[in-house]
Design a protein around this ligand. Structure first.
Ligand SMILES: [Fe+2]
Length: 291
């Protein structure tokens, strides 16, 4: 299968602040059926901002290439004994898809698989990100989500979405204590989901989501703009050891972070990909916020 991240839906309490952040990042903002969407590429509704008190992820949509792939996910859900529901017409209209199935991972992360995502007749052109964003066969980006059992979460995604493990990070926190993360891909993007083992309930369904710019210059300029605007950078510029992404993180108005990155490696051939274990989150940088 070649599932890609197609869209993310967030319930946000401060829509104006989200639109302002989107503008600083160089993302267009468009209204579709009364829903505010951040534009990343020629897809109409990549990031859907739904007004409400939740300030959290309300759905992560995976794009099926065609009806056969859509049906294959349903068959995998049934085979794994995972309950699913078919979205209604209003839900499909909200997401800009022809149809979708909704289900949850073992921790309740709301996932969907969808068909025929709405595209724009004219792709947006961003003056602030002239190089554009890396999407295409890599999909929208990735999320990092907390997990009560990262191995079970990984097994779930492998069974249901035909995901493959990219690698692991076991970051030392204290003697005999590591932060354990698994990174999974469903296509050429190094990971579309990372799960991080959490000792207890997590405050949000995701730690961050990531968008990838095609040019490091555009990432650096966004970094400067956000700093000048007084936005809170939850991690400064740095580079991850596994996907080699050069990135920084900014706190969104909903409390979780957005990672803006460049230069992520691709997994183009699962037959030759080597699953590695890393022992730090960053090769350099990614220091916590500082003025
Ligand atoms: Fe990330």
């Amino acid at each position: 299968m070649t599932l890609k991240v197609g869209y993310l839906g967030f319930e946000v309490s401060d829509l104006a602040a989200w639109e302002r952040l989107g503008g600083l990042l160089g993302l267009g903002v468009a209204q579709h059926d009364g829903i505010s969407c951040l534009l990343v590429d020629d897809y109409a509704r990549r990031v859907q901002l739904l007004e409400g008190p939740g300030d959290d992820l309300v759905y992560m949509g995976w794009e099926a290439a065609d009806l056969a792939e859509f049906d294959a996910v349903r068959a995998r859900l049934d085979a794994a004994g995972v309950p699913w529901t078919e979205g209604d017409a209003a839900g499909a209209r909200q997401r800009g898809v022809q149809r979708y199935l909704a289900f949850r991972d073992p921790d309740g992360l709301p996932l969907e698989v969808a068909l025929d995502l709405e595209r724009l007749a004219t792709p947006p052109v961003s003056e602030l990100v002239p190089g554009g964003f890396v999407t295409g066969d890599a999909g929208l980006g990735h999320i990092a989500a907390p997990s009560s059992d990262y191995r079970a979460s990984s097994d779930f995604l492998r069974a249901v979405l035909d995901a493959r493990v990219s690698d692991y990070i076991f970051h030392p926190l204290a003697p005999n204590l590591t932060a354990d993360c698994v990174f999974l891909h469903t296509g050429p993007r190094h990971h579309s989901i990372a799960y991080a083992q959490m000792p207890g309930p997590a405050p949000k369904r995701l730690h961050h989501f990531m968008l990838e710019a095609a040019s490091i210059v555009d990432v650096g300029r966004a970094y400067d703009r956000l700093r000048a605007a007084g936005e809170e950078l939850t991690m400064q510029l740095g580079q991850h050891p596994n996907d080699r992404m050069v990135s920084f993180y900014v706190r969104t108005p909903s409390g979780f972070s957005l990672e803006l990155g460049w230069g992520g490696v691709r997994v183009d051939d699962d037959a030759t990909w080597q699953i590695a274990e890393y022992h730090n989150f960053s090769l350099w940088g990614h220091q916590p916020a500082a003025a």
